[in-house]
Every structure is written in structure tokens, then in C-alpha cells.
Design a protein around this ligand. Structure first.
Ligand SMILES: C[S@@+](CC[C@H](N)C(=O)[O-])C[C@H]1O[C@@H](n2cnc3c(N)ncnc32)[C@H](O)[C@@H]1O
Length: 268
């Protein structure tokens, strides 16, 4: 049991995620590149196979936590490998979608409908592998959550994070403009009916001031849910923070992929 006192800002981001996925769960598996793109899917499958191999244990004895596991992008790849998975997510809608898609053997999977910090701070369980896939940038206090996760790793356990955007501060104005355009092309291509609304939401956000801009509203719920997407996450700083927590970097690289980036982080 760890002390976990999330800030009001952290809780606001949690609430935004709950609301955002309650609205968009039915569409989740269509536009998400980490779920739909064949290249990312095969990369994820390869990484998971390689990481399980590093654990060097019989699969049936391996305990994995799919942290912020959503509709089971990672869990669905792990179950055929014979390991036990605990999928924790704050969205009951996405957990329901997981059961619809996968129909898992109940002996092999446990789903936990909970905020990840609350779960990590209160569970007694330890895990051989903890995965955050496209998840860290949804959490306001990334370092706090990684610290809690590090305390739930079994001896020689591994932590794997992937599909987070890398820092945007160094981007030129041109690159930032291209990324913005890329978003609107994505909307036009994948969610054409939402395109006019996306433009309107953007306009309303740009004129919203004072207390309105602090509240979670229909206009800003997606932006708040994807809390670190506009700034990106500094993967090099995260590695340092994890090292200070006593973890060792087994693998770390930044891939320059369109729409998503990856980081692989330390083991205990
Ligand atoms: C982009 S989705 C990624 C889902 C899945 N890991 C994947 O690879 O497809 C982000 C997920 O994080 C979950 N999430 C966001 N904040 C959370 C929190 N504080 N606690 C638990 N889950 C959270 C959302 O509900 C959503 O399922």
C-alpha cells in the first residue's frame, strides 16, 4: 500500500479520460494508429514476444499488468502467449469493448475498472511485466505513476512503455503547422462527419477564457484527456527518473514514426 494523493489537476485529467472514452469508445479501434496500423501492430507483437523471452520464466507463471489497457490492444496479444494478464482501465466502456472483441478465458485475465494510480497504490499484487501502451501521455503525473508502477514490479520485472509522443518544444513552426494539418487530414479521412465539429471545437477553445477554460467541457475533453500530446513526453528525462527509482534501462530508443513515437523503458 503506497500513499497516493492525486492533485486536483490529475483528477481533472482522469475525469476527462472517463468522459472522453464514454463518448468515443465505440469508435476507439477505428482511428487509433497503435490499434489499426499493421506496422505498429506487428512491432507491438514482436516487442511483447521479445520482452516475455527476457523474463525467462514459464509463460503460465508470468503475471502482466496492462496499465490503462483500454479495449485490450496489448492484452489480446499477450493472452495467446499463455501469460496471465490484469487489464486496468478507468473506462468501463473500453473494458466492455475488450470483452466483446476478445471473449477471454476468465482464468487467464482479470479486468479492473479503476483509475491506475488508485489501483497501483492499493493492490498487493506484483507483476513480472507492466505495460503502458499509448497511456502515459494521458496521465498528468507521469513520474508519480511510474514510481507507483516500479513498486509493483516483481524481482527482475520489466516495465515497457510505447506509443507516446516525444517532445514538441524543438519543432519548427513549419513542422508544428504540418502536424496540425495532419490532424485535420486525419479527421477528414477517418472521421469526416466530425470534421466540422472539430473545427468548431478548436475555434471555441481559442476564444474560451477564464474559468471556462479550466473546466472539462465537450469542447476540450479530448485535449485534456490527451494531456501531454501537445508538448510530448521527454523520454530521456523519464529514463533518468526511472534510474533514480532504482530501475535499469534495458532498451530505450526513439522512433521517428508518423503519428506515434515509442520508448522502451527500464527493468528492475
Ligand atoms: C489511447 S488509449 C490506449 C489504450 C490501450 N493501452 C491501447 O494500447 O490501445 C488510453 C487509455 O488510457 C485509459 N486511461 C486514461 N487515464 C487513465 C487513468 N488515470 N487510469 C486508468 N486508465 C486511464 C483510457 O481510458 C484509455 O483506455
Amino acid at each position: 500500500m503506497s500513499s497516493w494523493m492525486p492533485s486536483p489537476e490529475y483528477n481533472k485529467v482522469v475525469e476527462a479520460n472517463r468522459r472522453y472514452y464514454a463518448k468515443t469508445a465505440a469508435l476507439y479501434d477505428q482511428p487509433e494508429c497503435c490499434v489499426t496500423d499493421a506496422h505498429f501492430q506487428s512491432m507491438l507483437t514482436c516487442d511483447l514476444g521479445e520482452i516475455l523471452g527476457m523474463l525467462n520464466k514459464p509463460p503460465a507463471s508470468i503475471r502482466v499488468l496492462d496499465a490503462c489497457g483500454g479495449s485490450g490492444n496489448v492484452t489480446a496479444k499477450l493472452l495467446p502467449l499463455g501469460v496471465h494478464v490484469t487489464l486496468c482501465d478507468v473506462s468501463e466502456n473500453l473494458i466492455a469493448l475488450f470483452y466483446e472483441k476478445v471473449q477471454p478465458d476468465p482464468a487467464q485475465v482479470t479486468t479492473v475498472h479503476s483509475e491506475i494510480g488508485a489501483f497501483l497504490a492499493t493492490t498487493d499484487a506484483t507483476f513480472d511485466l507492466i505495460v503502458f501502451s499509448s497511456a502515459l501521455h494521458h496521465l498528468e503525473d507521469v513520474e508519480g505513476i511510474l514510481s507507483l508502477a516500479s513498486q509493483r514490479l516483481a524481482p527482475n520485472g520489466l516495465l515497457y512503455t510505447v506509443f507516446d509522443p516525444t517532445p514538441r518544444a524543438d519543432l519548427s513552426l513549419l513542422a508544428a503547422a504540418i502536424l496540425r494539418l495532419d490532424y485535420y487530414f486525419f479527421k477528414l479521412h477517418k472521421q469526416p462527419t466530425d470534421f466540422p465539429n472539430a473545427v468548431l471545437r478548436r475555434l471555441r477553445r481559442s476564444v474560451s477564457t477564464g474559468s471556462n477554460s479550466q473546466l472539462v467541457t465537450d469542447d476540450n475533453v479530448g485535449v485534456i484527456a490527451e494531456y501531454h500530446v501537445s508538448s510530448g513526453l521527454d523520454d530521456y528525462a523519464l529514463v533518468e527518473q526511472l534510474q533514480q527509482m532504482g530501475l535499469e534501462a534495458v532498451m530505450h530508443f526513439r522512433a521517428h514514426e508518423p503519428s506515434t513515437e515509442r520508448t522502451d523503458l527500464p527493468s528492475k
